[in-house]
Design a protein around this ligand. Structure first.
Ligand SMILES: *Cc1c(COP(=O)(O)O)cnc(C)c1O
Length: 368
C-alpha cells in the first residue's frame, strides 16, 4: 500500500466518543463547536458524527460557516455569534440559523429579518468580563426589554442566553458566572425566559461543574485535545481525532559537517542519513518549531533538523533504514507512541488548538 504524500486522517469514532464523554460527564445538552472547519477536522463530517453521538446543537463563529453546513446537508440547530458590521441576517433567517446577539443594533436587524410566519431564533450574549463581544452590562436592561417585546410580537424566538469565560482562573470564571446569573435574573424580570443558558466551553465544562447550566459548548474536547497545560487528553478521557501523516520524499546519505536547509542553522555532526518530509509551514507545520519538531518514522521518534520550509523539512535518521515512501507520522494519538498536537504546540510556543486548526488546504482530509 502506498503511503499518501500528505494526509490528515480524522477519526470520526473518536469524535463521537468524545461527544459521548461530555454528555455523560455533564448531563446537559452538548453544543459542538465546529467553527474554522471544525478546528481543521472538516465541519460537515464532524457535525454528523457529533450529532449521531448525542450533540443537539452546533456552534460556529460566523454565519457563512453556518450556511456552508446547510449546503452540506446539515440541518441541525446551529448558532453563529460573530457578525460582520451591518450584517442583516436575511440568509441566516432563511436557513434557520440561530443568531448570537451582542448589541441593540444586531437585535433590531435580527427582528427585521423575520418573516410573517417565522421569528428569528436568537441567543442573547451577555458580556461578563472577557472583553470581546456580548451586550455590555449597561445595555442589558434596554436590550433585554426590547428582546422580550420583539418575542411577544412574534419576530424573535429567544432560544438562548449565553456568555463566554476567560479561563484566567477559577475565581475569575466564578465571578463571570455570578455576573451572568445577575443577567439571567434581570432577563427573567423583564420577561425573557430562554430555553437554554450556556456559558461553559471545554475547560469550564470539565473543571467547574457549576458552569454547566443547561448546555455546554464543546470545541477542543470534541477533537480530543486537552484545553489544559497540565493534563493530557488521556487523563481527561479524550482521544485525539486528527492524525497527520506524510511519506518520506527523499533520503540522502551525507558526511559530517553537511549544512541542512535554509541558513545552515544545523550541520550534521557525523555521517548520517537525512530524510525529507514533504510538509512545511504552508501545511501548518510551525516554522517556529524548527530544530525541535518531533515526528515518528518506523516506530521511532526523531526531531527535525534545520529550518522548516514552506513545503518540507528534514529529519536526521542516523543509520536507521529509512527509505523513500516510508510513512512519517507527524502527530496523532500519543497513546499509540506518536507525538501529539500538544507536543507540537509546546515546541512551537502555542496551544494544540492552533496546531490542528492551521493544517493547510494542501493536506487532504480523509475520515476513518
Ligand atoms: C470557540 C468557542 C467555544 C469553544 O471553546 P473550546 O475551548 O474549544 O471548547 C465556545 N464558545 C465560544 C463563544 C467560542 O468562541
Amino acid at each position: 500500500m502506498t503511503v499518501p504524500f500528505r494526509e490528515a486522517t480524522i477519526d470520526l469514532d473518536a469524535i463521537a466518543d468524545n461527544v459521548r464523554h461530555f454528555r455523560r460527564l455533564t448531563g446537559v445538552e452538548v453544543l459542538v463547536v465546529v467553527k474554522a472547519n471544525a478546528y481543521g477536522h472538516g465541519a460537515a463530517a464532524t457535525a454528523v458524527a457529533a450529532l449521531s453521538a448525542g450533540a443537539t446543537r452546533l456552534g460556529v463563529a460566523e454565519i457563512p460557516e453556518a450556511l456552508e453546513l446547510r449546503r452540506q446537508g446539515v440541518h441541525a440547530p446551529v448558532v453563529a455569534w460573530l457578525h460582520a458590521p451591518g450584517e442583516r441576517f436575511l440568509e441566516a433567517a432563511a436557513e434557520g440559523v440561530e443568531v448570537g446577539i451582542s448589541s441593540y443594533d444586531q437585535l433590531q436587524a435580527a427582528a427585521a429579518a423575520a418573516s410573517a410566519d417565522r421569528p428569528v431564533a436568537v441567543h442573547l450574549k451577555l458580556e461578563t468580563g472577557l472583553s470581546r463581544n456580548g451586550i455590555a452590562p449597561d445595555d442589558w436592561g434596554t436590550v433585554l426589554a426590547e428582546a422580550a417585546r420583539l418575542e411577544r410580537i412574534g419576530r424573535l424566538r429567544i432560544v438562548g442566553l449565553f456568555s463566554h469565560l476567560s479561563n484566567a482562573s477559577p475565581a475569575d470564571d466564578r465571578a463571570a458566572l455570578a455576573r451572568f446569573e445577575e443577567g439571567v435574573a434581570q432577563a427573567a424580570a423583564l420577561g425573557v425566559r430562554p430555553e437554554i443558558r450556556h456559558i461553559a466551553a471545554t475547560a469550564a465544562a470539565i473543571d467547574l461543574p457549576e458552569t454547566r447550566l443547561d448546555a455546554v459548548r464543546i470545541g477542543i474536547g470534541t477533537y480530543g485535545l486537552s484545553p489544559f497545560d497540565d493534563r493530557s487528553s488521556a487523563e481527561l478521557g479524550l482521544r485525539p481525532a486528527m492524525t497527520l501523516r506524510g511519506a518520506v520524499a527523499a533520503v540522502r546519505r551525507v558526511p559530517a559537517g553537511t549544512g541542512v536547509s535554509y541558513d545552515y542553522v544545523h550541520r550534521t555532526d557525523r555521517e548520517t542519513t537525512l530524510a525529507l518530509v514533504p510538509l512545511g509551514y504552508a501545511d501548518g507545520v510551525p516554522r517556529s518549531a524548527s530544530g525541535r519538531l518531533p515526528v515518528s518514522i518506523g516506530g521511532r521518534r526523531y526531531t527535525n533538523v534545520g529550518r522548516i520550509a514552506m513545503d518540507q523539512f528534514v529529519v536526521d535518521v542516523g543509520d536507521a533504514p529509512v527509505g523513500v515512501g516510508d510513512e512519517v507520522t507527524l502527530f496523532g494519538d500519543p497513546t499509540l507512541g506518536v507525538p501529539s498536537a500538544t507536543d507540537w504546540a509546546e515546541v512551537a510556543g502555542t496551544i494544540g488548538y492552533e496546531i490542528v486548526t492551521r493544517i493547510g488546504h494542501r493536506v487532504p482530509r480523509r475520515t476513518t
